[in-house]
Design a protein around this ligand. Structure first.
Ligand code: IVH
Length: 680
């Protein structure tokens, strides 16, 4: 049954609203109401609709967040009104001086509505233009007057609404704020880059600013960026629809713009100073993003106008109260190595405990051997340590002038510290890794990753619970998760009937996760979410991928030699083969729903192409098969559904005949997928 264009258009609108609501719940409110599976389903339905009916495509569709073509140059954008910077105060006395200046200009009125205190987010400033509620443009700050148009990049940031949640939004308004990268995501990104031998970002701010200015939006989309709004501007002549800064923040929040939650209304400078002390003392350590101070703003917008701007670039009505520097000097006691989930051996520093910005630091990340060598770190060195917010502190540099001669150079061990297997190093890589897929050092991190939100998404299977299951000897690999019973869980501490039943139910439903999630969860080296999706969509089932040759894998668009090699090596490993069979026995599904295995004329079929076809190149024939739901492998086996043979087909054709496989020609292939040879 086909729907009318009106019905399709209504359905597309409905899907867009649901997807954007889900984005908002997930990214801004942190309380999703629909499962990731349901989200994927809605997203796919919308993608399909827009593919089939291009007239339904709109620029503010959630599907348009990614996929814009690369630009050759970033265009300039002139801001409505200058994006100002802020004056600084380094002490409470300087804050009082600031208030003194306000009182001299605007009198006691300043005190009537008090101040808004906000965290000063350490990221990159941007301005978002919404016209009648629809995101029209995103621009960087630039020199404050002219910035760069980075609209396609901005659209990839999931917590920025493409449409404001207001039935009567202003005709045009610019929402200003900061794009930043959360610490945990920054760390993970840098770890992945270290594993892949790519250069590392110095800090989340640089990473965010760099990601924003990419010419190719798909690069921006692959970087974990977030946004907080805290200011607004209107074209000259029109007023802002807020009475105070507090009202502005409330309104942004109502519109669906993420607003940082620690904001505080302060009646006077004393309570503002208390807020600063609270955040600098302990609040800051629990944040998952960098801040470099507190911004105090006169709350009333009318008073802000009256107070105006000093020197053309700083508002008199706002000030940044900066924190004390967060660098300390301590001793590097030792360098140790842990094993990550993909086997990467990561060195880390053991430090003499030192207090930085309210927390005691004992460990620092070192990422890889080259970093230790480049910085010339020696055990026993005095080192400068920074906790510029990064959850895991970093060593800036050693202090060679304090060396006494007893310091010792360090070398990466040649064996895995957990299982003693000889470590390996890929030629083009900086990373050294343990090749043993059954290495106990990889076990915990590997299972945690498997259960995580981006992979099998098993709700309730937290880090602590996995540790508990491993030490209770119930779980040794990811497949063991699927044979757990509620009674086994009930025998452990911290489980009640309900929590045990809930976890078993979550495990049961995760068996149906799409192949891309399973692949990501297995922790194959170099295979993250993106590669997992490409592989899943191409091969359609785990068995097809597991039996694919390196050549077959290289045929997947977007997959290069490093990944193809890693995937092949993974599936060739006997331990993997045992694991795959265990997963199958325990009911884990191996298919990518809605893709190759179920859709199209060749759904679920395994096809071998051999010889020279009359009109199609090998790549075109492969694409055709994949586009119709089949997958292509290079060698003929019992699971081959049919062989497409051209001229000079050779040994594969012979093997196909021996195995009794169906052999067809190009014309028959075209007929099977409903394409006549002569019309194209
Ligand atoms: S208000 C007119 N509020 O800090 C005042 N700025 O050093 C405009 N920043 O360019 C800025 N968090 O990008 C304000 N809560 C916050 C902020 C904040 C971070 C950035 C902003 C600005 C820079 C000035």
């Amino acid at each position: 049954m086909s729907l009318s264009i009106h019905e399709n258009s209504a359905r597309a609108d409905d899907l867009r609203q649901r997807i954007e609501r889900a984005n908002h719940q997930y990214h801004v409110l942190d309380s999703p109401e629909i499962s990731d599976l349901e989200y994927d389903r809605l997203f796919r339905e919308l993608l399909d609709l827009e593919r089939d009916f291009p007239e339904l495509r709109v620029p503010d569709s959630p599907t348009a967040r990614v996929g814009a073509p690369p630009q050759s140059l970033l265009a300039k954008h002139q801001h409505f009104t200058a994006m100002l910077s802020l004056g600084n105060a380094f002490t409470d006395d300087e804050l009082r001086d600031w208030e003194g200046r306000l009182l001299r200009v605007a009198g006691d009125d300043v005190r009537a509505l008090g101040y808004t205190a906000e965290l000063k987010i350490d990221g990159a400033a941007i301005a978002l233009t919404y016209r009648r509620g629809v995101l029209e443009r995103g621009a960087t700050r630039g020199n404050g007057v002219i910035g760069e148009d980075v609209t396609p990049n901005i659209r990839t940031i999931r917590d920025i609404p493409l449409r404001l949640l207001d039935s009567n939004p202003p005709e045009i308004i610019e929402v200003r704020g900061e794009v930043y990268m959360p610490f945990d995501r920054f760390e993970r990104m840098n770890e992945a880059r270290a594993r892949d031998g790519q250069s590392l970002f110095a800090n989340p701010r640089n990473a965010a600013a760099g990601a924003l200015r990419q010419l190719d939006p798909s690069v921006t989309a692959s970087r974990p960026l977030r946004f907080y709004g805290f200011a607004a501007a209107a074209p000259s002549g029109s007023d802002l629809p807020f009475a105070s800064q507090w009202d502005l923040l409330d309104t942004l929040e109502r519109w669906g713009i993420p607003v940082e939650s620690h904001r505080n209304w302060c009646a006077d400078i004393e309570s503002a100073s208390e807020f600063v002390a609270r955040i600098e003392g302990s609040g800051r350590a629990s944040l998952n993003f960098g801040i470099d101070g507190i911004v105090l703003k006169v709350n009333s917008l009318a008073l802000q106008d009256e107070l105006g701007i000093v020197g053309g670039r700083e508002p008199r009505w706002a000030i940044a109260r900066k924190f004390a520097p967060d660098i300390a000097v301590t001793r590097l006691l030792d360098i140790r190595v842990n094993v990550g989930r993909t086997g990467a051996l990561n060195p880390y520093a053991v430090l003499e405990p030192v207090e930085i910005g309210g927390t005691t630091v004992k460990l620092a990340t070192l990422h890889n051997e080259d970093l230790v060598v480049t910085k010339d770190l020696r055990i026993g060195d005095w080192v400068q340590v920074k906790r510029a917010g990064e959850v895991i502190p970093q060593i800036i540099a050693p202090l060679p002038e304090r060396r006494t001669g007893i310091e010792q150079a360090w070398r990466m061990p040649r064996q895995c510290p957990a299982c003693k297997t000889a470590a390996e190093r890929d030629e083009e890589e900086v990373a050294i890794y343990c090749p043993n897929v059954a290495c106990p050092g990889r076990q915990l991190e590997g299972i945690v990753h498997f259960a995580s939100r981006g992979a099998m998404d098993i709700r309730g299977l937290s880090y602590a619970r996995i540790e508990q299951l491993i030490s209770a000897d119930l779980v040794h690999d990811v497949a063991d998760i699927f044979s757990l019973t509620a009674d086994q869980l009930l025998a452990l501490e911290r489980y009640a009937r309900k929590s045990a039943d809930n976890l078993i139910a979550a495990i049961a439903s995760s068996r149906k996760q799409p192949l891309s999630r399973l692949l990501n969860g297995l922790g194959i080296r170099h295979v993250g979410v993106g590669a997992a999706q490409l592989l899943a969509h191409h091969f359609g089932s785990l068995d097809a991928l597991a039996s694919a040759s390196e050549e077959d894998i290289l045929r997947v668009r977007g997959i290069g030699e490093i990944i193809a090699h890693a995937v092949r090596a993974y599936f060739s490993n006997p331990t993997t083969q045992v694991l795959v069979e265990k997963l199958r026995d325990r009911g884990v599904e191996f298919a990518e729903h809605g893709f190759a295995a179920t859709d199209g004329a060749l759904a679920g079929l395994t096809v071998v192409i051999t010889g020279t076809l009359p009109t199609l190149s090998r790549e075109q024939a492969t694409e055709l098969v994949v586009a119709h739901g089949g997958h292509v492998t290079s060698s003929v086996s019992k699971s081959t559904s049919f062989v497409v043979a051209g001229d000079n087909a050779g040994s594969k054709l012979e093997k196909a005949r021996n195995l009794g496989a169906t052999v067809i020609d190009e014309a028959e292939l075209l007929r099977r997928v409903g394409r006549s040879q002569t019309t194209e």
